[in-house]
Design a protein around this ligand. Sequence first.
Ligand SMILES: Nc1nc2c(ncn2[C@@H]2O[C@H](COP(=O)(O)OP(=O)(O)OP(=O)(O)O)[C@@H](O)[C@H]2O)c(=O)[nH]1
Ligand SMILES: [Mg+2]
Length: 458
Amino acid sequence: MKNDTICAVSTPLGISGIGIVRLSGPDSYKIIGKIFRPAKKINISNIPTHTVHYGYIADGSRTVDEVLLTVMRRPRSYTREDMAEIGCHGGIVPLKEVLSLCIKNGARQAEPGEFTERAFLNGRIDLVQAESVLEVISSKTESALEISVKKLKGSFSSHLNDIQAALSGILAEIEAKINFPEEEEIESLNLETAKKIDELTAFIDGILSRAGRGKILRQGINAAITGRANAGKSSLLNYLVKEDRAIVTDVPGTTRDAVQETVNVRGIPVNIIDTAGIRKVRGRIEKMGVDRAIEWMEKAEVNLIMLDGTKKINDYDRGLLSHIKGKNYIIMINKADMPQKIDKKRIEKDFPSDRIAAISAKTGAGIPELEEKIYGLISMGHAEIKEDCIFLNMRQEGRIKEMRKKLLEIREEIKIGVTADVIAESLKDCLKDIDELTGKNIAEDTLNSIFSRFCIGK
Ligand SMILES: Nc1nc2c(ncn2[C@@H]2O[C@H](COP(=O)(O)OP(=O)(O)OP(=O)(O)O)[C@@H](O)[C@H]2O)c(=O)[nH]1
Ligand SMILES: [Mg+2]
């Protein structure tokens, strides 16, 4: 345990109803004793844990703020240390005054993420749980929050424990026989080990596939709207985000720089990119426009191609349609509220019906069906995207993939008949990956870089 006491403002600095100053460490109650004046007489050093007390924070005879003090004694606290939370009035001055009083009386300003780091160092949570605290805070949708909270509660950690137990089991069996190898015994051991390694690899593949879905849920996907000028691309973006985000006019070529906005499509964050329409400038198709549209088509995970239903298909449209092979796309025929001139039959002949949507960005007709189709495209190949998925950050995904690679190598080693002690070493190497993931054995600068991404007070 660390022997100093840290403090920080844990709520945003600004005007709000309340704000919280947090203290953690062995001197928390000594410091509270010096600055807290309870309304009802209490003995600070004996305050029972998990209780709330009304009173004032004072600097000598000067009252600083009226507060509620919450006491959480070790080990039943966020950090497993003695903790106190001072609920002040939310406002920059009261919060800063209370914080500097804590510092004046012996506490130290906490580093970013230091409370969570202490929870980790004191063994209340492992490193992947500590990292998920940050994910919970930065969740953009309810589903993203849901998977992060699951991870905070230990869902991914329990998988890691399972993998570790399996690896240790295999290692123990091999080590028991390293010194007394008998030809037949080795053969059956190798068979057994190979089978277990295969099972473990399949288990890890399952985690990686669930993580693929988790990534979509947390980080979302990019969907680019491309189409000729004046087709109604910006109108659709505005309709989807329910506000006037992009400028809409009847002049072709209104949007020149792509505009982006994230919308929630059945729980998945979809980043909609409204691109510049392709048009003719001085009698020629603007090459820049076509090139840029195609660039967006390459970058986006979902392509929304907009045709103007009130016009006949032209060369720009054909140009775009010729680029969608092998991509995730939906062809939108816009302005369904107006008399149609487009040859819909022709389009339906060339493209499957589940990839065509007749919509009106003006009235909203057909847009729920369009969202349904977008969701269908994103979840294609995934049974149900929200089912059972997990989120791995880059560090975690990297380690897991590394471990999978090592397991395949072990499989190879068994095949070519290396000796048991070599396999044992490789297994130990995999176990190191687990220790690095959970933080049991990790380089200090990796640890520092993880916690430096947190905010102060968390
Ligand atoms: N009737 C009708 N008009 C529409 C519809 N969608 C867009 N419009 C009109 O079409 C014109 C062009 O709309 P925009 O959304 O600016 O078109 P855009 O595709 O973004 O055009 P550029 O930015 O120039 O590429 C505007 O006058 C819109 O009001 C629709 O579904 N029905
Ligand atoms: Mg536009």
